[in-house]
Design a protein around this ligand. Sequence first.
Ligand SMILES: [Zn+2]
Length: 214
Amino acid sequence: MPALAQFPGARFFHEGQRSPMIASMGKRLVAEGCGKYRTGPGPEWTEADQQSYAAWQRKIGFEGADANGIPGKTSWDRLRVPAPPPAAGGRVASPVPGHRVTTAYRVKGPHWSLGYHTGADYAAPNGTPCVAVLAGSLVRSGFDRSFGDFLVLRAGGFDYWYCHLSEQTVKRGSVKAGQKIGEVGSTGNATGPHLHFEKRPAGGGFGTDVSPTW
Ligand SMILES: [Zn+2]
């Protein structure tokens, strides 16, 4: 079964927003007989998307302001939008598709053993898919008391650490950019479900972290 696109929040849907997730949503709306498109559906959020989504909301029994065409979590989950495959050669936007950094890299705080945050956190519900940010190789998987169940993706001379996972879908070997490798969890030292995403030079130990970009 293909991975489903997680609800990105109602504020994601505004004029000018472009995402392959919007095209994926539009195809599902058409399949449900709710398409109000003259052309498309395409990746840019338009009035036609809003009208189509409103038709879907009415189809599943929503009325009035609940059928305003702006996606909400309940209607989104029922639509079952497939997570779009990354465009060939395209950049993966987030290690947790549809989710942004919630605690930044290098923030200072006494509860981190080095006095600062060694990675970037992406808060997301338990079970949200985590994907390889680049094509590379999974070189390590295991459990650490702090990092919980983790995976290490090696690509371009760097290691990308995926920590606190609830599931390690792939543990070793080559992976493609955008391929699902695990799921968000709260294993190890975590106060709630999130991905701790950390970048180090290949083989580097704790404390060799660099800014977690890719
Ligand atoms: Zn963290």
